[in-house]
Design a protein around this ligand. Structure first.
Ligand code: FAD
Length: 535
């Protein structure tokens, strides 16, 4: 058989080899399906391959930010810290790839450029930038929610004599920033993780901030071996709690409202959360944080008070204090971020009042000044949620392009499929809890749902599945109705695509939580794939 033939008549093509693609391949293989994974990077890992910037680590506890599908895997892997750093998470995913012998079905250093549905043959024709054409009955987009970086769009970048880097495409070889003058542009999660680490060795760090962000202390620490033993012993129950929780984490949800509490009660709950640390430090204090502006305001006040108590210079503290509804932009988790501004070699530059004009050969020119640097680190985020799908020329029934079908914003049923694109599955697609959850929990649920769906189709002697337009419209209305009473749609955030010029402003994350969402997906299956047409 030639290499070309091996690509034809596949059962499944999977795009992406991060947490989603790796587990998808493993499950499909278990069903005896001929599967090929196409991955742009030279190796596995996805997010954890690309984001090698200093300080990169997860902000969901390592114990929960791992697969649950294999008891052996769970037992043999030992996380060293409460929040593992990028090299350790990448090592874990490499271990998974090796342990389950996944690499032999992955084509690396190759991008999928188009995927076209051939209706007569009921199969997907998938083309890569290496000129290969693959055909498969099913196609799974495991392309990631945060996998397409937002490029720097500042005039003059080409003239810069120093080096520039993007946190989301950090080089694989070590980057030495010691003794260098560095500008970090952007203060989202990546910037907030990177700044304290860069500041330790750089000669000078200028942090260019447009919007300050809330950040919770990680209280990261090494995990003691007894703690890991205990976590492994109780893992099944802990994971079950995550799966049926709101955010995919094991914390007990709050039961009372901030607006009903006394100031002392509120303070006690917030302080308890701050001491515990992590992304949900304040969001798990009361039930009404995301639905009531007053309740949200109490949590904001507490967070700003912490910033003022840490940062010595009052003007810097003020500039670092966010004013948006807390949690409606992704809350960050840090190790010493605000403390870093007390160092002599760190300066905050407020580009809201003094905007960047251009990059010059020597650095960055703002309206009021020139900042000379050796290195510019762009921590400016991603074309989130839909970016990777929009990059691919995806065409469904009657040649309809996904880009056109989604021109006003993404349309899906359950975040898993989109009408007019039979047998195309999305992992953590828009309309599912995706970025508002512990994504490994959400990924496992989606991968299992898709694998079970394909298995059922085959068992029933069927070839295709796609949602009805009515079911899809009803789902999108439902997702919107859940979101509208919350504060999320009011934000300016990458959740809504507002960071990308020209992107439609829509909020399309399912906000009612992982547990209710899982129930909805299970119910659809139990009702004979209600809302889908199987043929
Ligand atoms: P990805 O890991 O993004 O993998 C998708 C892969 O698809 C990539 O390797 C990409 O190269 C490939 N790909 C895309 N398009 C194409 C194409 N056209 N052709 C070929 N290959 C393609 N989530 C959490 O829940 N907790 C955390 O603590 C957390 N921390 C994060 C920290 C950072 C810095 C970032 C960026 C994200 C973080 N996330 C976190 C979200 C994270 O993306 C997910 O948790 C998870 O890693 C996603 O896995 P995935 O396989 O779905 O997507």
């Amino acid at each position: 058989m030639t290499g070309h033939d091996e690509n034809l008549d596949l059962d499944v093509v999977v795009v992406g080899a991060g947490f989603s693609g790796l587990y998808m391949l493993h499950r499909l293989r278990g069903l005896g399906l001929r599967t090929r994974v196409i991955e742009r990077a030279p190796s596995v890992g996805g997010t954890w391959y690309w984001n090698r910037y200093p300080g990169a680590r997860c902000d969901i506890e390592s114990i929960d930010y791992q697969y649950s599908f294999s008891e052996e895997l769970l037992r043999e892997w030992r996380w060293s810290e409460r929040y593992a750093a990028q090299p350790e998470i990448l090592a874990y995913l490499e271990h998974v790839a090796d342990r389950f012998d996944l690499r032999r079905d992955i084509t690396f250093s190759t991008s999928v450029t188009s995927a076209v549905y051939d209706e007569a043959a009921a199969c997907w024709m998938v083309t890569t930038d290496a000129g290969e054409v693959l055909s498969a009955r099913w196609c799974v987009m495991a392309t990631g929610n945060l996998s397409v970086v937002q490029p720097p769009r500042i005039p003059g970048l080409d003239s810069f004599r120093g080096r520039w880097l993007h946190t989301g495409e950090w080089p694989t070889e070590p980057v030495d920033l010691a003794g260098k003058r560095v500008a970090v542009v952007g203060t989202g999660s990546s910037g907030i993780q990177a700044v304290p680490v860069i500041a330790r060795t750089a000669a000078m760090v200028h942090v260019l901030q447009r919007t300050p962000n809330y950040s919770m202390p990680a209280h990261n620490r090494p995990l003691a071996s007894e703690e890991i033993e205990e976590a492994v012993r109780t893992f099944a129950e802990r994971r079950r709690i995550c799966e049926w929780s709101d955010a995919g984490t094991p914390l007990a949800p709050p039961t009372t409202r901030a607006v009903d509490a006394t100031p002392e009660e509120r303070r006690a709950r917030y302080e308890e959360g701050w001491k515990r640390g992590g992304i949900s430090s304040l969001s798990f204090a009361f039930t009404d944080m995301f639905t009531d502006e007053v309740a949200n305001g109490y949590a904001q006040d507490f967070a700003r008070e912490q910033i003022r108590s840490i940062v010595h210079d009052p003007r810097t503290a003020e500039l670092l204090s966010p004013t948006h509804h807390i949690g409606t932009k992704r809350t960050c988790t840090d190790t010493g971020y605000f403390e870093t501004y007390n160092r002599d070699n760190v300066e905050l530059v407020d580009v809201r009042t003094d905007p960047i004009v251009e990059i010059t050969p020597d650095g960055i020119r703002t309206r009021d000044r020139q900042i000379d640097v050796d290195v510019i680190v762009f921590a400016i985020g991603f074309d989130a949620i839909t970016g990777a799908l929009a990059e691919i020329d995806l065409r469904g029934r009657d040649g309809v392009r996904l880009r056109d079908a989604w021109a006003e914003g993404p349309q899906t049923y359950l975040g898993l499929q989109t009408a007019g694109f039979p047998n195309l599955f999305l992992i953590t697609g828009p309309g599912s809890p995706s970025v508002l959850s512990n994504m490994v929990v959400s990924i496992e649920q989606h991968v299992d749902w898709v694998a079970d769906c394909i298995d059922r189709l085959r068992a029933d002697g069927l070839d295709t599945i796609e949602p009805t337009l009515e079911a899809q419209q009803a789902w999108m209305r439902h997702v919107d109705e859940l979101a509208q009473p919350t504060l999320y749609p009011r934000a300016t955030s990458w959740y809504l695509g507002t960071n990308i010029p020209g992107k439609p402003r829509v909020f399309n994350v399912y906000v009612a939580g992982c547990g209710p969402y899982r129930q909805e997906c299970d119910d659809v299956v139990a009702a004979g794939y209600r809302g889908f047409v199987r043929g």
